[in-house]
Design a protein around this ligand. Structure first.
Ligand code: SAM
Ligand code: DTB
Ligand code: SF4
Length: 317
């Protein structure tokens, strides 16, 4: 099957609404054309600067707009970061992602420190990813020169629902940063969050935006909301897990060559639901006790899960 970038909303809706066995079958066919179905990439996240973010993302424990109990933490030292990355590599992770609760990157000492972290992680021969908020073209170029593999910047939801979740920056800002990343030759990691009270049509709208990017994002994280007390979405209703499965399978069919990540929210999914996500084409997870600020299944549990399924962690460089 050729890789397409001209998917229409109607086509995507038809895929998303297929009977589940047919949807998963089609996702499997797409998956096997581009990936080994028994392999899952293990990625490790680290929050390098926590809390106090000026943005008002309604799901986020790190927004300064809400009282969430997340302790603020200034930018870490490269030494501490490299220690965590080294440990993550020993636990089987091949990708290390550093997140900062910034609205955008500011030039100066702090950005220079991030560049030093990127150089250090790249020297460990791991894929290096950052998510630092909005980025200019020249900042993207400097990150690329430091050895950055990927930049994570999510569209989060459909353009129609976006305003219900975030008011401090718009969809167009997000697309701009993604364009800067692409232009600098860094791979794009871009996805969204499900379980924020959006409709099926919003989930289809998000997938449409992602699948119409040309090239597709090399990495597509599908997060399930981790409700954080104190945020406007702290009391959101639990998402039906099969919606994660449908969204992942649809993403797999639309963007067959991309890595689809079952990102946040695994603690809220049973092993069986996670297994269905793998069958639907997810081929990456975050490992380690913590995501950025919220708990995540530990590396031991993940290795046990993969072993039970007869699957294995993707090997690194
Ligand atoms: N501040 C940067 C930004 O927003 O671009 C980077 C960090 S931010 C935490 C990265 C992504 O994590 C968000 O775009 C969102 O999709 C996801 N995320 C944040 N909080 C979440 C939560 N409580 N549950 C699920 N996903 C979440
Ligand atoms: C993404 O899409 N998911 C990761 C990563 N990109 C940075 C972040 C998930 C954060 C979950 C909430 C937390 O731990 O604070
Ligand atoms: Fe800030 Fe990112 Fe959280 Fe939004 S998601 S409040 S930009 S840290």
């Amino acid at each position: 099957m050729p890789i397409r970038h001209d998917w229409t909303r109607d086509e995507i809706r038809d895929i998303y609404r297929l009977p589940l066995p047919e949807l998963i079958f089609q996702a499997q066919v797409a998956h096997r054309e581009f990936h080994r179905p028994e392999e899952v990439q293990l990625c490790r996240l680290l929050s390098i600067k926590t809390g106090g973010c000026p943005e008002d993302c309604a799901y986020c424990s790190q927004s300064a707009h809400y009282k969430t109990g997340v302790a603020r933490q200034e930018l870490l030292n490269p030494g501490e970061v490299l220690e965590t990355a080294t440990r993550a590599k020993a636990e089987g992770a091949t990708r290390f992602c550093m997140g900062a609760a910034w609205r955008h990157v500011s030039d100066g000492k702090e950005f220079d420190r991030v560049l030093e972290m990127v150089r250090g992680v790249a020297a460990l021969k791991m894929e290096v990813c950052c998510t630092l908020g909005m980025l200019t073209e020249s900042q993207a170029v400097r990150l690329k020169e430091a050895g950055l593999t990927a930049y994570n910047h999510n569209l989060d939801t459909s353009p129609e629902f976006y305003g219900e979740v975030i008011t401090t920056r718009d969809y167009e800002d997000r697309l701009q940063t993604i364009a800067h990343v692409r232009k600098a030759g860094i791979t794009v990691c871009c996805g969204g969050i499900l379980g924020m009270g959006e409709s099926d049509e919003d989930r289809i709208g998000l997938l449409e935006q992602l699948a119409r990017l040309d090239p597709h994002p090399e990495s597509v994280p599908i997060n399930m909301l981790v409700p954080s007390e104190g945020t406007p979405l702290g009391g959101a209703e639990d998402l039906e897990p099969l919606i994660m499965v449908r969204a992942i399978a649809t993403a797999r069919i639309l963007m067959p060559a991309s890595r689809v990540r079952l990102a946040a929210g695994r603690r809220g999914l049973s092993q069986e639901a996670v297994t269905l996500c793998f069958l639907a084409g997810a081929n990456s997870i975050f490992t380690g006790e913590k995501l950025l600020t919220t708990p995540n299944p530990g590396a031991d549990a993940d290795h046990r899960l993969l072993e039970n399924l007869g699957m294995r962690a993707m090997q690194g460089a």
